[in-house]
Design a protein around this ligand. Structure first.
Ligand SMILES: [Zn+2]
Length: 100
């Protein structure tokens, strides 16, 4: 393995490790607020996208569901928050909340 691919491998393992640490710590999706049941469903999201000048460090990353992260990528932030709002408050109202 040459130096360059070794370096790539190292960066990749750092990224995996980072996702693992975030997932173990909270297990809660930063976008929808639901529990992330399985590690394989988790994804690391850059709060400020790297393409918009966000930093690749701990303060700019959060753990999310893989599908939430994809949804966020495909929608503009306002649309995403609106859909999230609908999902959270209208479609997933839990029975105990209605009784109160
Ligand atoms: Zn989510």
């Amino acid at each position: 393995m040459d130096d360059r691919s070794e370096h790539e491998e190292f960066k990749k393992s750092c990224r995996l490790n980072r996702r693992w640490q975030l997932w173990v710590k909270t297990k809660t999706c930063a976008l929808c607020g639901e529990v992330i049941e399985a590690y394989k469903d988790s994804s690391v999201d850059h709060i400020v996208p790297l393409s918009k000048g966000g930093k690749d460090n701990w303060s700019n990353i959060q753990i999310t569901h893989r599908h939430c992260n994809q949804l966020k990528d495909n929608l503009n932030p306002l649309t995403f928050r609106f859909l999230n709002f609908l999902n959270k408050y209208l479609f997933k109202i839990k029975p105990r909340k209605i009784n109160k």
